[in-house]
Ligand binder design. Structure first.
Ligand code: TYD
Ligand code: MG
Length: 459
């Protein structure tokens, strides 16, 4: 009989140590090493003399079971999940506390249970009492939905109960409140979260229901974050948004049944989360025309074009080291663009603080925003506004060249739809416009090959 032994395991890379230490030598992360009890002694005790069962091999080509996806009735969710929920799949919904995960999933549940198919939905809350969920449901106008509701945290009871039901969709809110009595650590610890998720996932696969696991993102790391579960589930969705803003973005970061990088946009209203069909219009709603330091970037999020306003403020610095602050974009990329503008155009920022903001609280990761950032920064420095009806996109290389980006047509089409009349774009399409298939959608497109030519816009 194997003896229990204690190991110290890095939660980031999985390296093991005999005693605790602050920093993991393998991955270099701090405070990621946690004590775990394991059934020792691994391989040395495995008895290979005892025969296993023969496993079956089949040809790759063969008939498959076709699964029909469950439509939630919320178009943004169906899009993010790749066209609906796949029976037997496990979806992790991560996000900061209070961002709206419970609200969203209650709406999904209500949607699924009231569709024509009337899917049997089970909502298990470990955080809130029945009445609290009922109050939320009536606030959302969903009090009449035939959702089965329970307040429970013991996974053993949950599994025994679900075994006996014909559940099609199960929601566990949140996985950090669940516990299994066999695991010694407290609820929310890495060991508990993994063990509970493992048991629930096994049941979901066997019974073929869709399992949603809610996971809070934590900064302090006292309770395990959703990251420790990412590899165990089929789909990982992160629900993001800035506290002060009313819109929320559901982003797929992993999806075994669809494309990643797809986003769904919602607006938090007093009656819950409303779908946003035209996100560009929302993000540009509060834009003031004709001010310096503002530039509209034609971006792509997943498969969808999205226009956002990039705001820059360049002001004389009172510090010996000038300040650079960025909200919603990569600060290293801003430093790179400032360095390129200094080296290739002779614009000096060393005596200026530079602040950059993606209006509306959106986070952008596309390098295609480089050109728009550069234009916003120069516009603020020179105090010359850009035309309010112009969009910009293009990547900037270290030698100052403007590089082409994907899906130019889609970006221009969206700009045209929203009433923009001109665009600054990379020069790829130069001579053989027709061949490359650039449609300008009645926009005047100005192709720029190098950052030096940007300066012309401000003279
Ligand atoms: P909640 O779904 O409880 O967040 P999470 O489960 O991610 O912790 O959402 C809580 C916030 O949403 C709370 O601050 C109030 C707000 N809210 C609304 O603005 N409108 C609504 O209709 C509801 C139900 C919540
Ligand atoms: Mg909640």
């Amino acid at each position: 009989m194997a003896k229990n032994s204690t190991m110290f395991v890095c939660q980031n890379c999985g390296a093991t140590y005999h005693k605790w230490q602050g920093k993991c030598d393998t991955c270099g992360e701090w405070n990621t090493i946690v004590e775990e009890v394991s059934k020792a002694d691994g391989f040395s005790k495995i008895n290979f003399k005892k025969e296993g069962r023969i496993i079956d091999f089949v040809p790759l080509k063969g008939t498959m079971q076709t699964y029909s996806r469950l439509q939630t009735g919320i178009a943004e969710i169906d899009r993010v999940t790749g066209g609906g929920l796949v029976p037997g799949s496990v979806i992790l919904v991560g996000g900061d506390p209070g961002i709206g995960k419970s609200t969203l999933l209650l709406q999904v549940c209500a949607g699924l249970s009231t569709t024509a198919e009337k899917y049997a939905c089970y909502y298990i809350s470990g955080e809130e009492a029945i009445d609290q969920v009922r109050i939320r449901a009536s606030r959302l106008g969903l009090a009449e939905s035939p959702v089965n509701l329970a307040s429970a945290t013991d996974v053993r009871n949950i599994i025994t109960t679900l075994e006996k039901t014909e559940a099609k969709v199960v929601i566990i809110d949140s996985i950090q409140t669940m516990y299994l009595d066999e695991v010694e650590s407290t609820p929310g610890s890495v060991g508990q979260v993994r063990a509970c998720a493992y048991e629930l996932i096994k049941l979901a696969k066997r019974k073929g229901f869709v399992l949603f696991l809610v996971g809070h993102v934590t900064k302090q790391g006292e309770i395990a974050g959703p990251r420790v579960l990412e590899h165990m589930v089929d789909t990982v969705l992160y629900f993001e948004g800035e506290r002060g803003h009313h819109f929320r973005i559901l982003r797929a970061v992993k999806n075994r049944y669809g494309a990643t990088d797809e986003i769904g946009v919602f607006e938090m209203q007093d009656k819950g989360l409303a779908e946003v069909e035209n996100p560009s219009a929302l993000f540009l709603a509060e834009r003031q025309g004709n001010i310096s330091g503002s530039c509209v970037f034609a971006g792509i999020e997943g498969s969808r074009p999205l226009l956002v306003e990039i705001q820059a403020l360049v002001s004389p610095s009172g510090y010996s080291t000038p300040k650079r602050a960025v909200v919603g974009w990569d600060s290293n990329r801003l430093s790179m663009i400032l360095a390129v503008l200094e080296a290739r155009c002779g614009i000096n920022f060393s005596a200026h603080d530079v602040y950059l903001n993606i209006a509306g609280g959106l986070k952008i990761s596309e390098p295609a925003a480089d050109l728009a950032v550069a234009m916003a920064v120069i516009s603020s420095l020179t105090k010359k506004p850009l035309p309010a009806d112009m969009v910009v996109f293009g990547e900037i290389g270290l030698s100052g060249e403007i590089r082409s980006v994907t899906q130019a047509n889609l970006r221009l089409k969206e700009a045209h739809k929203l009433g923009f009349i001109s665009a600054i774009i990379p020069p790829v399409y130069g001579k053989d416009k027709k061949e490359k298939g650039l449609k300008n959608y009645e926009l005047s497109c100005y192709e720029i090959g190098h950052v030096q030519r940007l300066i012309n816009w401000f003279n």
